[in-house]
Design a protein around this ligand. Structure first.
Ligand SMILES: [Fe+2]
Ligand SMILES: [Fe+2]
Length: 325
């Protein structure tokens, strides 16, 4: 029996028969009629929790809480089918007018794992890139709710995983973009998708280097500094990814004082400057292998006092205003 979730990252895009995939319990709403069997994993096997056709009830949520079951699974024929299921759930929850923003934030956060982990580990799959595109659309829709950034922000601070980092950077970037007047939906989408995929080039770097607790040596650092270009190359033939999103991926470590990488330019796109701020802030406020998480206040203070020359001053002020309100 495979370990839970193992099959998600493997053979992405290839059809298989009834494999088990992670499904966050938050996607099941009270009153939902289940369209597939739901399992949990116990003593090296999948155990049926609830059958297809049954209705999700209050008791089910309580039963999960009291038994300490953290993860649920459903069977699908392929990663594509799994993602389609998650997107159906995500769409109905995010667009629901009476579901509280807090709950929507939790669902967006919990689905970032199963959706974005496979996108980041299998970036050459067109189907999974479509999934990233759908996810950004839900993220943009979620941000129409009042207080959405604050609710999402409450879910940060944990260790810096690629999927939660991608979600936060995308959400902060879209919110900051809208705050400084980016209203055209095509532009908002390009910004959100570029931010979501900004570190996709890291999928080509040895995870041991990325999670190294100490200082990187020169060779390792040279390799890590290539991730913006690697990311741009990965996305080059993906029609679903706008040219502007690719530019963001390439430029998100460039700095306005020309001291960034890979090229050390000062002429980076406005959106790349937005993502640079969101990326830095989420990195500083998350637990990293080599550092503790800063409080939001300390992170912003550090960015203003120590890194100010690296960022667009007006954007940084707008970002601080946005997080203070
Ligand atoms: Fe990066
Ligand atoms: Fe990043």
């Amino acid at each position: 029996m495979a370990n839970p979730g193992d099959n998600q990252a493997e053979e992405a895009g290839k059809p298989s028969v009834d494999e088990y995939f992670k499904v966050p319990s938050e996607v099941f709403q009270i009153g939902d009629r289940l369209d597939s069997d739901v399992f949990f994993y116990h003593q090296r096997q999948y155990v049926l929790f609830k059958s297809r056709g049954q209705t999700w009830s209050v008791d089910d949520g309580q039963r999960l809480a009291t038994t300490g079951v953290a993860e649920l699974f459903c069977r699908f024929k392929s990663p594509k089918e799994h993602h389609e299921f998650l997107h159906r759930k995500l769409r109905s929850i995010i667009s629901h007018p009476t579901i509280p923003t807090e709950k929507k934030a939790k669902v967006l956060y919990e689905t970032s794992g199963p959706i974005l982990t496979t996108v980041y580990s299998t970036p050459n799959s067109g189907e999974l890139m479509q999934s990233a595109s759908n996810y950004v659309k839900r993220c943009i829709q979620y941000l129409n709710d009042r207080g959405s950034i604050a609710e999402l922000f409450k879910l940060s601070g944990e260790s810096l995983t690629e999927h939660t980092h991608a979600l936060h950077v995308s959400a902060y970037s879209v919110a900051l973009g809208k705050r400084v007047g980016v209203n055209d939906q095509t532009q908002v989408y390009a910004l959100g998708l570029g931010a979501l995929l900004h570190d996709i080039g890291k999928s080509r770097i040895d995870p041991a280097i990325l999670s190294k607790p100490g200082e990187l040596d020169d060779d390792e650092w040279q390799l890590v500094r290539q991730h913006p270009e690697m990311g741009e190359q990965i996305l080059y033939h993906r029609d679903i990814v706008p040219v502007l999103s690719r530019r963001i991926v390439l430029e998100h470590h460039e700095r306005v004082n020309g001291k960034g990488y890979p090229k050390g330019i000062k002429s980076q796109h406005h959106f790349s400057r937005i993502v640079a701020i969101a990326d830095c802030f989420n990195t500083l406020t998350s637990v990293r292998p080599y550092a503790k998480a800063m409080t939001p206040f300390d992170a912003l203070k550090f960015m203003v006092q120590t890194m100010r020359a690296e960022f667009d001053g007006e954007l940084l002020e707008s970002f601080i205003d946005m997080l203070s309100n």
